[in-house]
Design a binder for this molecule. Structure first.
Ligand code: PTJ
Length: 247
């Protein structure tokens, strides 16, 4: 039991979730290391959503709303931290949910499918019974893509991964939105829209932005995307870390 007045209360609650998810077989062993890396970057940005992150969340909401076939990709860490919120977001957006794992085993896919079902998901792609295709050029189990999901998607939310998938998906003409506390990760650098913030803060804010923009016309939403520059925004995210370092 973590005392509520502990100065690191919120961080410790997240750690608890991660440890439990590992015991339950949701998380890959490396998921703990990935979480620790995320924690370090979260410290550096002050554990709050920065202005550049707010801008990219708004652009992500716009992009997901304009998509014809949006897909939310879910890995172990995402399922451990924000399963309920991802399912809620998919319903508001009418987006598909697809399990995609770097350390893919049939057992982990089953457990994560259960977690998402318990969170209320009715359709989950990328599962063991799905007739999966494989994206050319990706040399890991992350290459899996459901034929009606990531394979056919025009916009894909790819949270918490540092690898080559984003780049390959972008080169195949898809718009890739990533959530990564590390602005220097390969995925952060190669994505179309990079949200440098903790996924536990991002998904509720993304939902808020989607609900707000849903009431607007397409021209308004398109203008948000036109005025968004990912490279410039990433530089602003990096600046926040540099300022913290010198303080
Ligand atoms: O479930 P699997 O098998 O697909 O494996 C998932 C992990 C996360 C283990 C796998 O994708 C991996 O090894 O990822 P990396 O290469 O460690 O990259 C994860 C990225 O997520 C790192 O850049 C971390 O900084 C970042 N990260 C970790 N926790 C959070 C985060 N970003 C946002 N919010 C977090 N809570």
């Amino acid at each position: 039991m973590i005392p509520k007045n502990h100065p690191r209360y919120h961080s410790l609650v997240l750690r608890d979730k991660i440890v439990k998810a590992h015991k339950d077989g949701i998380l890959a062993d490396s998921g703990m290391i990935a979480h620790g890396r995320g924690e370090a970057f979260d410290y550096l940005i002050g554990e709050k959503t920065s202005d550049p992150a707010k801008k990219s969340i708004k652009a992500a909401a716009a992009s997901l709303l304009l998509a014809h076939n949006p897909v939310l990709s879910v890995n172990g860490n995402t399922a451990a931290l924000v399963a309920d919120e991802i399912v809620e977001l998919s319903e508001i957006l009418d987006a598909k949910i697809e399990i995609n794992l770097f350390y893919r085993t049939p057992e982990r896919v089953d457990v994560i499918e259960d977690v998402l079902k318990q969170a209320g998901a009715s359709e989950i792609l990328g599962v063991n019974s799905d007739n999966l295709k494989y994206i050319d050029g990706i040399e890991s189990p992350r290459a899996t893509a459901s034929q009606t999901g990531i394979y056919a998607a025009d916009v894909v939310l790819v949270p918490l991964e540092d690898g080559d998938r984003a780049e390959i998906l972008v080169n195949s003409g898809k718009k890739i939105i990533t959530i990564d506390l590390n602005p220097l990760s390969r995925t952060a650098q190669m994505s179309s829209i990079t949200i440098v913030d903790n996924i536990v803060r991002v998904i509720p804010l993304l939902k808020e932005n989607v609900l707000f923009l849903k009431e607007k016309d397409n021209e308004y939403i398109e203008n948000i995307l036109k005025s968004f520059n990912n490279k410039k925004n990433l530089k602003e995210s990096l600046k926040i870390i540099e300022i913290k370092k010198t303080n």
